[in-house]
Design a protein around this ligand. Structure first.
Ligand SMILES: [Zn+2]
Length: 422
């Protein structure tokens, strides 16, 4: 294996590892804790002439870069900024907006994860197993098809619509859908079982430094465009991995981390519930998951319904909220609907419902006087321009290779079935 330009460092015991491209956790017996990358290059110089996230390649745990890399478009808002009375509102846009140079095939920042995770796995020994609420699977389907990386994607049946694509999926990319009211958490659980099969490898979600450092390029791009880290960072969260990554990027830049303002849909908001309980000193866990299934199912934003988000893990959501002086709020559907219209009217592009929760949180803070009018604010929009993308392009619906009921997924037969796919 060629030498890599970084080490992995455990956030609990500080043990370091040379990366083999696949390691997800520390080997020492202690509490769950994220590994973080430590790069040889301490002062990042964006690579001139490189577009997309590989512009920040010295701070990406990759040994190879793919062509047509996705990236983040950062621009200074005028319309929404004026409406909210903010003088320095910057938008990190992920999606489809050709006039702004945004062309994400799958319209979300999950493409940043996929490109980095694949670039980290240089030798590709097994079939990658990825679970998703929809957008991550779409990103991996596109990236793995382009690079012909064998992959199994596990999604809830209701998410299949998000996997419609311009190009057909390569046969090495297999799609498993779970029915019977299955949600994102069921997909995570089944993917974890598949990954135990010989020849399969867990992608790892937030545990994969490739995912987090890929998402961290949002903050790196913002830093390059603005010339500093923002004072406040707004994002809608399901797992919160993008927000963790934003915080890690600010630390790596050696600057004051922005105050994270994260938002969930109040119809199902486990992170908000956990954070609120820790503020009151009576911390609750994220247990009782079966009891939460109905709540997650009823939510209008399934992308934000991870029932097992990385909240208490060392280096996870709780830690980054505390370290950044941040907060986690919950907004209702009506506030999101208003915010969605507001964004479209002020900025001239449609956004999806999850992103509207970030806009709603920003609006609440700006109108409530919780942020200074001249504060530097970064609003992370993922899932922009999807309506327009559908109008401009012909999309092929995604059809699952295997469909099963979520209870069937608990059986040994289910694993045999998936094992025979590749
Ligand atoms: Zn450790």
């Amino acid at each position: 294996m060629s030498a890599r330009h970084y080490l992995l460092r455990c956030t609990a015991c500080a043990r370091s590892y040379t990366d083999d491209g696949h390691r997800l956790t520390c080997s020492e017996p202690h509490e769950p804790a994220y590994l973080r990358t430590e790069y040889v290059t301490k002062s990042l110089l964006p690579r001139e002439g490189e577009a997309g996230l590989f512009r920040y390649r010295d701070w990406l745990p990759v040994t190879e870069a793919t062509a047509n890399a996705p990236g983040t478009v950062i621009y200074r808002s005028r319309g929404l900024a004026a409406r909210l009375g903010l003088s320095e509102l910057w938008i990190a846009f992920h999606g489809y907006w050709p006039e702004r140079g945004a062309f994400a095939e799958t319209a979300t920042f999950k493409e940043l994860e996929a490109a980095t995770v694949l670039g980290r796995r240089a030798d590709r020994p097994g079939t990658l197993v990825v679970s998703s609420a929809g957008n991550t699977a779409a990103a991996f389907a596109t990236a793995c098809s382009a690079s012909q990386v064998p992959c199994v994607l596990v999604v809830p049946e209701g998410a299949l619509g998000r996997l419609a694509s311009r190009q057909p999926r390569h046969p090495c990319v297999r799609l498993v859908s779970l029915g019977g009211g299955a949600d994102y958490t069921d997909a995570i659980a089944f993917a974890a079982r598949i990954a135990t099969l010989s020849g399969f490898e867990a992608e790892g979600g937030g545990w994969n430094v490739g995912r987090r450092d890929g998402l961290a390029t949002v903050m790196l791009a913002a830093h390059e465009a603005i010339g500093r880290t923002p004072d406040h960072y707004f994002q809608a969260v399901g797992s919160g991995v993008g927000a963790i990554a934003a915080h890690e990027a600010a630390l790596r830049l050696g600057e004051e981390p922005p105050r994270l303002v994260l938002c969930q849909n109040d119809s199902y908001a486990p992170l908000h519930r956990a954070w609120s309980s820790s503020l009151s000193g009576d911390e609750i866990g994220l247990a009782d998951l079966d009891g939460d299934r109905a709540g997650a199912h009823a939510s209008t934003t399934p992308e934000l319904t991870n029932r097992q988000p990385p909240y208490t893990v060392r280096g996870g959501v709780r830690d980054v909220l505390k370290e950044s002086g941040g907060t986690l709020v919950a907004m209702n559907d009506a506030a999101a609907a208003t915010a969605m219209e507001l964004f479209s009217e002020c900025e001239g592009i449609d956004i999806e419902r999850p992103a509207a929760f970030a806009v709603a949180a920003l609006r609440q803070e700006a109108e409530g006087g919780l942020i200074a009018r001249d504060a530097v604010v970064l609003l992370n929009i993922t899932g922009g321009g999807r309506e327009r993308f559908r109008r401009d392009h012909t999309l092929i619906p995604a059809v699952a290779d295997v469909r099963m009921h979520r209870e069937q997924a608990l059986s040994a037969d289910a694993l045999d079935l998936v094992g025979r796919l590749t």
